[in-house]
Design a protein around this ligand. Structure first.
Ligand SMILES: NC(=O)C1=CN([C@@H]2O[C@H](COP(=O)(O)OP(=O)(O)OC[C@H]3O[C@@H](n4cnc5c(N)ncnc54)[C@H](O)[C@@H]3O)[C@@H](O)[C@H]2O)C=CC1
Ligand SMILES: O=C(O)CCC(=O)C(=O)O
Length: 419
């Protein structure tokens, strides 16, 4: 087992799809290289009076199909290869759901759980100023990812607007509603995961009612997924966060868990109790015997060391890159169906697109309209991936990349990017 490099994982999957599509190495050469990689130093005066310099990145993998689009991650493990991979996944995610964007991603090496709100705001402002030459509504539009949220997007929008001398709503998405944020964006990724889960269950002739689910990660994506799957009648038996997991074979009390976590941003599951539950590690959660496993935390959670122990029948990738390429073949051989990240978690960027469209036109849609439009993109995208995978006898991941890589290469060819 070599050292995990998420960007190599992306290239491997792209190559597999390109081979099936009959592309030469030359056709996909340009896709292998991010268009722009910016590394910045972010000096911040901390609450205790000392100065700390944080490291940040913004990477634009592709702008062939439109402006770069993708989140900003605040996490201690952020690094160049991770941000490159996350940016590339955005390119293929936007392509598979056919919204007019390329892919980008950014991150700052920091641990928001160890920082005060003042320190997080200071990092955000300085980082935004440092990447300002690259971003803008027509160039590159950040959004929330791990460790960031609507408040951080509001500070980014304010900093960028101050630099421009006027209010620029469309520079980021996932903003507070008062600043032009879209109704439904906060729930959009989890809602897309819910639509996708229902779609795969339907294809397999399974009834969601009572179907067991385990969810790793209880942040924005994991918690909304838990809420919506629970609402759909599924039995969420295990959830986890960075502090570990909890398990109840009769189904956890999801509304009570969500209420507990929402009371304070620093609340963790390690402080939560309910009757009938037991504690388990993140590694144990992944290996539970459930129908559906939803990894909704970080990359590389299922890899060569644990793939053979996975017992779920279906994995819906709510996180980006939770399954390393080396694990895909093992899961496939075991007959485990994987709904890939670039499809399953695309709901967030789809509603970000809706937010940007509303900002540009200075209009606002109801939450009902947003949710309906989201479904109208997610369901056909799922069917398209399912159908191509069926026709080509591939996994759903390869199917998704067959659609996405073709769209990106077609755009490059139409622009004559190869002179
Ligand atoms: N926020 C969004 O709209 C989108 C997020 N994603 C992806 O979904 C995943 C989760 O993102 P968010 O929910 O936004 O982040 P978040 O910061 O809101 O939540 C992350 C969750 O993962 C947990 N976690 C962190 N390290 C962990 C570890 N080592 N083991 C287990 N759990 C751990 C945290 O405790 C937290 O519960 C990421 O892969 C992200 O890239 C994908 C599409 C859109
Ligand atoms: O909403 C967006 O623009 C991007 C969200 C994101 O970072 C992702 O889909 O991984």
């Amino acid at each position: 087992m070599g050292q995990y490099n998420p960007y190599d994982n992306v290239l491997k999957v792209v190559k597999e799809a390109a081979d099936i599509l009959g592309y030469s190495d030359s056709d996909i050469e340009a896709i292998k290289y991010p268009e722009r990689e910016l590394k910045v130093a972010i000096p911040v005066r901390m609450d205790d009076g000392t100065t700390h310099v944080f490291e940040g990145y913004r990477i634009q993998h592709s702008t062939s199909r439109g402006p770069a689009k993708g989140g900003i991650r605040f996490h201690p493990a952020v690094n160049l290869d991770e941000v490159k991979a996350l940016a590339a996944w955005m390119t293929f995610k936007c392509a598979v759901v056919n919204i007019p964007y390329g892919g980008g991603k950014g991150g700052v090496v920091c641990d928001p759980n160890q920082l005060s709100e003042n320190e997080i705001r200071a990092i955000t402002r300085r980082f935004t100023a440092a990447i300002a030459p690259l971003i803008g509504p027509d160039q590159d539009i950040p959004a929330p990812d791990v460790g960031t949220n609507a408040a951080v997007m509001g500070w980014m929008m304010d900093t960028y607007s101050m630099l421009k001398g006027h209010c620029v709503h469309g520079v980021v998405t996932g903003k507070p509603i008062e600043l032009g944020g879209a109704l439904g964006r906060n729930e959009a990724t989890g809602r897309g995961v819910m639509f996708t889960t229902k779609n795969i269950l339907k294809k397999l002739g399974l009834d969601p009612n009572g179907t067991t689910v385990a969810i790793q990660g209880m942040g924005n994506v994991g918690s909304i997924t838990a809420k919506l799957l629970h609402k759909e009648g599924m039995k969420v038996v295990a959830v986890s966060d960075v502090s570990g997991g909890i398990y109840n074979p009769n189904g956890l009390n999801i509304p009570a868990i969500l209420e507990y976590l929402s009371k304070d941003r620093r609340n963790l599951l390690s402080g939560y109790e309910e009757e009938g539950m037991t504690r388990l590690s993140n590694a144990e959660l992944l290996e539970l015997d459930v129908k559906v496993l939803v990894p909704a935390a970080l990359e590389n959670q299922i890899n060569g060391s644990n793939a053979d122990n996975i017992k779920a029948d279906i994995i819906v990738e709510a996180a980006n890159g939770p399954i390393a390429a080396e694990a895909d073949d093992v899961l496939n051989a075991k007959g485990i169906i994987v709904v890939p990240d670039i499809l399953a978690n695309a709901g967030g960027v789809v509603v970000s697109y809706f937010e940007w469209v509303q900002n540009i036109q200075s209009v606002s849609w109801t939450e009902e309209t947003v949710n309906e439009k989201l479904k109208n993109i997610m369901d056909p995208a799922f069917d398209a991936v399912w159908n191509i995978a069926d026709q080509q006898h591939t996994t759903l991941r390869t199917g998704a990349y067959l659609i996405a890589v073709k769209r990106v290469v077609d755009a490059k060819k139409a622009r004559a990017i190869w002179p």
